[in-house]
Design a protein around this ligand. Structure first.
Ligand code: T6T
Length: 332
């Protein structure tokens, strides 16, 4: 099933998560010391700051960024904190600002805590594009590009509802409060659940981007509420841990699990029948469109304030076709 929300914006770089990409990790460019509005002889310099390093969602986004930048003759640096944590992301942004790239593509780890350092980047003349997550006040950014996160949460509930037509208790395992994407996913799920009186939501629990904590949350929840029929895990690490927790409780196949994202381990859990559906985003497209927006801003061309990308629901029925193509990469 392919859910496509309207995708506006400059698509000159023709990004697709299905593109075959080359040379993604070995050729990081150097930062420019030149004027922010004019490329130096190496082209424009783009810094990408991930929400967290080693996350296949951001790795796949990096692939899209590198491919688009290479096509445009721009150089790219990529960095991310070891945890999804604004206290760790902030010094990375400060160092990036000091290195004076032409553009910053960033996934802020908190809607308020990252506002200061990102504003400092904009104040230094760096063109800022928010990719994936956003801020409470994103006015310093030339563009914000992300999935339809609220709609993805609604779709996750629809999948649990379809598998459990008689209703029952449902739980959301999210990351941390204050992350725009996962908060919106949880809100979309809760709003959809509230519309069907056959379902009772047990609310949202936070797993701090830690699969082991997500597993603990889920085993405890299943002990307290053995009649839970479905769990929505709002990102890759919450989903990996949720599946582990359901397995540890010996309830796999009985409790419907719908996870956001589509990392390789998640896809395996789906193939193993532990997870019933995955909401795959289009991270390579988000990254490539981020590059297009940054370059447009640098060239003085119009930019799109908000770009929304689609998602694919992966199930056992489409994993060997369209679903499999939407899965994320662990390297470029
Ligand atoms: O779900 C993605 C991303 O969209 C979210 O903002 C944070 O978590 C992920 O990176 C997956 O781990």
């Amino acid at each position: 099933m392919k859910w496509k929300k309207s995708a506006f914006g400059i698509l000159a770089l023709g990004a697709s998560s299905a593109l075959v990409l080359a040379g993604c990790s070995a050729d990081a460019g150097t930062d420019s010391n030149g004027d922010a509005a004019a490329p130096n002889e190496d082209g424009y310099s783009i810094a990408f700051v991930q929400g967290v390093a080693g996350d296949e969602f951001y790795i796949t986004m990096e692939c899209g960024i590198r491919e688009a930048a290479e096509a445009a003759g721009a150089t790219v640096t990529v960095q991310g904190p070891q945890q999804f944590d604004p206290t760790l992301q902030r010094p990375i942004v400060d160092a990036v600002v000091a290195s004076q790239p032409d553009a910053l593509l960033i996934a802020p780890t908190d809607v308020t805590a990252m506002a200061g350092p990102i504003q400092a980047a904009a104040d230094a003349g760096i063109q800022v594009v928010l990719v994936d997550t956003t801020l409470e006040d994103p006015s310093m950014a030339v563009s914000q590009i992300s999935s339809d996160n609220f709609g993805g949460g609604e779709a996750a509930f629809a999948a649990i509802e379809a598998a459990n037509p008689e209703g029952g208790k449902v739980l959301v395992v999210s990351v941390n409060p204050g992350i725009s994407t996962t908060d919106q996913r949880a809100a979309g799920f809760e709003a959809a659940a509230a519309e069907n009186p056959a379902f009772e939501s047990l609310g949202v629990e936070y797993s701090e981007n830690n699969p082991a904590l997500a597993a603990q949350i889920v085993t405890a929840a299943l002990q307290a509420n053995p009649d839970i029929v479905g769990i929505f895990a709002a990102n890759l690490f919450a989903a990996e841990g949720t599946a582990t927790g359901v397995q540890q409780a010996g309830r796999d196949g009985e409790v419907t699990i719908v996870g956001f994202d589509a990392g390789p381990a998640q896809v395996q859990q789906l193939r193993d029948g532990v997870v019933q559906a995955l909401v795959a985003q289009e991270p390579a497209s988000i990254g490539a469109q981020g590059v297009a927006q940054a370059l447009a801003a640098l060239e003085g061309e119009p930019t799109e304030e908000i770009i929304q990308t689609g998602f694919t629901i992966i199930t056992a029925d489409n994993i060997d076709g369209e679903g499999g193509e939407a899965a994320y990469r662990s390297s470029c």
